[in-house]
Design a protein around this ligand. Structure first.
Ligand code: ADP
Length: 361
């Protein structure tokens, strides 16, 4: 049932860039980073107003803003058309070595090659699993264009055909935690990215608030607009982070273990939410997770990384579509068998690599 995919694509084009937060930075910085780069979550421009019954007034109100192509007014971000023939993300022979030439040298990634094409009207969901320290977060941070990780040690990286030289609004990142501004209400957390781009979007405060309320509704947090993050559960806080990121309609969504701090039932709820929202967003998603079941449920593809230095050891496709609620589908014997199969493959890759490393010593 498992089929090996193609990750070693060597040719093809590839474009740009996000509001940034280092995982180690903990609480995001208000108003952008001290180095002048923007803050988390504001990784893209909305291209359309989400539809829901009664949402026509909002569509009219914001139509002028969201009729512009996604990511368009950024000088460093060409406007990729949905269904663009350019690959969404392309990596060619990308390696990343930290502390090169020092005693702390660490090869995080080695010779990463892939080419993700746009799937018009749908997008694609790529889940990344692998042992701790094998470079999964490094890969996301490189795609995000974070200054802590650029440039790669070798290789070329493109988003929509443009070299990745920094963050851009076409990319949005959702972290495991610490992704809300503690001194801002839910509403103000969600308007954050809009405020940063307020001038170019030409939005009034009222319009930003209306749009943020729409997103608060979409992540099922109605009634919590005036609360502060510390008044919310972990799952609710992640919903805020998701709303803030998706309100800017990034074409590429990067998620770094977004649910790993949550309890099991909340995790299933969040997986259901992601399925619901992703189908509307039609974005390309890269999600790091340590849950193989989560990867099999959400992913169109699962990449298994080898132990460090990280490489894409295997790509698995033909995974079951998330057609039922997460808890229901993941309890089915046929789904459990898929998870067992992927787990066996994961274990095989890790064991082989460790034995290889032992023999080389
Ligand atoms: P994973 O997400 O798979 O757990 P990471 O990508 O976080 O792995 O890290 C891969 C390797 O790169 C680790 O050895 C880690 O210590 C190192 N590393 C990651 N980020 C940095 C950094 N900013 N500076 C130095 N080393 C780093």
């Amino acid at each position: 049932m498992l089929k090996e995919g193609e990750t070693g694509v060597k040719d093809g084009p590839g474009g740009p860039a996000l509001l940034e937060e280092s995982k180690s930075a903990g609480v995001p910085l208000e108003g952008g980073r001290s180095d002048g780069e923007p803050a988390p979550g504001a990784g893209g421009l909305p291209s359309e107003v989400p539809s829901r019954p009664g949402g026509g007034w909002l569509r009219r109100l914001l139509g002028r803003v969201w009729s512009s192509p996604p990511g368009s007014p950024s000088p460093d971000t060409p406007a990729p058309e949905p269904g663009s023939p350019l690959p969404v993300v392309e990596f060619r022979h990308v390696s990343k070595v930290f502390g090169e030439g020092t005693r702390q040298e660490s090869v995080a990634l080695r010779d990463i090659n892939f080419c993700i094409q746009d799937v018009p009207g749908r997008g694609e969901f790529i889940c990344i699993i692998g042992p701790s320290g094998c470079g999964k977060s490094t890969l996301l941070n490189l795609i995000a264009g974070f200054s802590t990780h650029l440039p790669p040690t070798t290789g070329e990286m493109y988003v929509y055909g443009q070299p990745i030289t920094g963050p851009g609004r076409d990319r949005g990142m959702i972290f495991q935690k610490y992704s809300s501004y503690p001194h801002r209400t839910v509403l103000r957390n969600v308007t954050f990215g809009l405020e940063m781009h307020r001038r170019e979007l030409g939005l009034s405060r009222r319009e930003m608030d209306d749009w943020a309320r729409e997103w608060i509704h979409r992540v099922h947090l109605d009634g919590n607009e005036r609360k502060y993050p510390h008044e919310l559960s972990g799952g609710m806080q992640q919903r805020v982070a998701i709303a803030r990121t998706l309100a800017l309609k990034p074409r590429i969504i990067l998620m770094d273990e977004p649910f790993s701090a949550l309890d099991e039932p909340t995790r299933y709820d969040m997986q259901d939410l992601i399925v619901e929202l992703w189908q509307e967003q039609q974005a390309t998603v890269f999600m790091v997770t340590h849950s193989i079941a989560e990867a099999c449920y959400l992913g169109d593809r699962v990449w298994i990384f080898s132990p460090a230095p990280g490489t894409i050891a295997k790509e698995i496709r033909d995974l079951p579509l998330p057609t039922e609620p997460a808890l229901v589908q993941q309890s089915r014997p046929e789904f459990e068998e898929v998870v067992r199969e992927v787990t066996r493959e994961f274990q095989r890759i890790v064991t082989e690599k460790l034995l290889e490393q032992k023999r080389a010593q």
